[in-house]
Design a binder for this molecule. Structure first.
Ligand code: MG
Ligand code: NI
Length: 481
């Protein structure tokens, strides 16, 4: 029986994963799996709680993406209560979302994925990391830390807390922004915008040209895409409608509350992470990377692919260049990095734009709500993909049902496919080295998965048993974390 290669842990991602690669008798890849252990405890223990508490509870799903969960939950609350926040309430939420984006995208580009490109995929593990980046280029390292700090500080000024926020409430935002706070925020947001411009220029000069061949081969799959656009097809990360695009570029738009008509959820017996798929296409589900069925992707590349245009000038310019270079939809997986930098620019520009908007200073940031029995779906584009919160309440406003699809969850099947493609491409005749296994991890990192969003257990143990079967289905090993 063939050998098994295990990459554990997959490093420089949010959360924990393990890759298992099964080789056949000739040392070629027979199969591969990205094992993610997930228990969606929140969907159960939120039942029976007042729905207005949920935006504060779900921030604990993830210390990296609390703002995304907070805002998707507040929007689900708006829908449950049947209200629309006043303009200032909506703009303050939008502002916090964009600031959180800048922090996340800077983190991912420079510190999580950067080492693969700056030190190179074959560099030794001991230097291919954040410390290596800081040593190789201390000036950039300092700027990255500074700009992430600026993001955290801005969120704290606006909402009192940078992580685990409490200020988005049903019907709006609980804390109006004062002119004094705005004056303090503006130069900070402008500094982040300067860094966003620098990041794009830096990548276009030093990174992208150097790795074009890698981009063309590594993690390559052909799928559909999903993301959010406004009514006229403009890119948006806070609000709009969902656009589901087939691999050939044909698309359909629908409102959040209709997502179950378009997206199905599957489970496989080797992962607790769900496998959403485009059930509207009627072709079923297959993760075969040559001939996939029902597979779509989310996160930066997906959002750029589904959008017709971007509302801020610098991001629009980059968007046009990207589209003319790579077409629509752009399929190459490593282009996620490039798309992410366009998004960094958009969000930095958008934050400055919102702070210049006098309406954001209105004291009218929320409207009162009254409990009722209803269903409400809230959705935002989290940095890592479309985030859906779906709640039902009884007439006292207590939660009776809850479903979550987290950004990374949509990319579960695509990540598995990209890993499979990369492993098959690079591991031949039983030969592989550290550089090759790192390239397998690079195929995962391109998606910037946040598995922390989905790997919780009440008692801190991972309650999954992993069985390893041989090619005939016989159990050869079994273990529990
Ligand atoms: Mg569910
Ligand atoms: Ni997360």
């Amino acid at each position: 029986m063939g050998k098994q290669i295990v990459i554990q842990p997959v490093s420089r991602i949010e959360g924990h994963a393990r890759v298992t690669i099964q080789l056949d008798d000739n040392g070629n890849v027979a199969d591969s799996r990205v094992n993610v252990v997930e228990l969606r405890g929140f969907e159960k223990f939120c039942i029976g709680r007042p729905v207005e508490e949920i935006p504060r509870i779900v921030t604990s799903i993830c210390g990296v993406c609390p703002w995304s969960h907070h805002l998707a939950s507040a929007k689900a609350n708006d829908a449950v209560f049947g209200v629309q926040p006043p303009p200032a309430g909506k703009k303050l939420r939008d502002l916090c979302n964009s600031i959180a984006y800048t922090e996340e995208h800077i983190l991912h580009f420079f510190f999580l994925s950067g080492p693969d490109f700056v030190m190179g995929p074959d560099a030794d593990y001991s230097v291919r990391n954040v410390i290596g980046i800081a040593q190789a280029n201390p000036e950039i390292g300092k700027k990255v830390v500074r700009n992430r700090h600026l993001g955290a500080e801005m969120l704290e000024i606006i909402s009192g807390k940078s992580i685990h926020p409490v200020t988005a409430v049903p019907g709006g935002f609980s804390k109006p922004l004062t002119p004094k706070e705005r004056d303090k925020l503006l130069p900070m947001a402008e500094e982040v915008l300067e860094f966003a411009k620098f990041s794009m220029a830096f990548a276009k000069e030093n990174i992208f040209p150097k790795y074009l061949d890698t981009v063309k081969t590594l993690g390559v799959i052909n799928t559909g895409f999903m993301g959010t656009v406004t009514d006229d097809g403009t890119f948006n990360v806070y609000d709009g409608k969902l656009r589901l695009m087939k691999p050939d570029g044909a698309y359909v738009d629908f409102t959040y509350d209709k997502y179950t008509d378009f997206i199905g959820e599957r489970i496989e017996n080797w992962s607790y992470l769900k496998f959403p798929y485009a059930k509207a296409w009627g072709e079923g589900f297959s993760m075969d990377h040559i001939n996939p069925k029902g597979i779509y992707r989310t996160n930066s590349l997906a959002r750029i692919n589904v959008a017709d245009k971007i509302a801020t000038p610098l991001a629009q310019k980059e968007f046009e260049e990207f589209r003319s270079k790579f077409g629509r939809p752009a399929q190459l997986t490593l282009l996620y990095h490039w798309a992410r930098l366009i998004e960094l620019l958009y969000n930095a520009e958008h934050a400055v734009e919102l702070l210049h908007d006098p309406e954001i200073l209105s004291r009218e940031t929320r409207i009162p709500v009254t409990p009722r029995a209803a269903r409400g779906v809230g959705c935002v584009e989290a940095p890592r993909g479309t985030l859906i919160h779906d709640y039902e309440t009884d007439d006292k406003g207590l939660v009776t049902n809850m479903n979550l699809i987290v950004g990374t969850t949509h990319n579960n099947a695509p990540i598995n496919m990209s890993v499979n493609q990369t492993a098959k491409l690079l591991i031949k005749d039983g030969k592989y080295d550290q550089g090759i296994l790192n390239r397998v991890e690079m195929a995962i990192r391109a998606y910037d998965p946040c598995l922390s969003c989905a790997t919780h257990d009440l008692n801190g143990r991972l309650a999954v048993r992993i069985d390893i079967l041989d090619s005939l289905g016989h159990l050869i090993n079994s273990f529990k974390n």
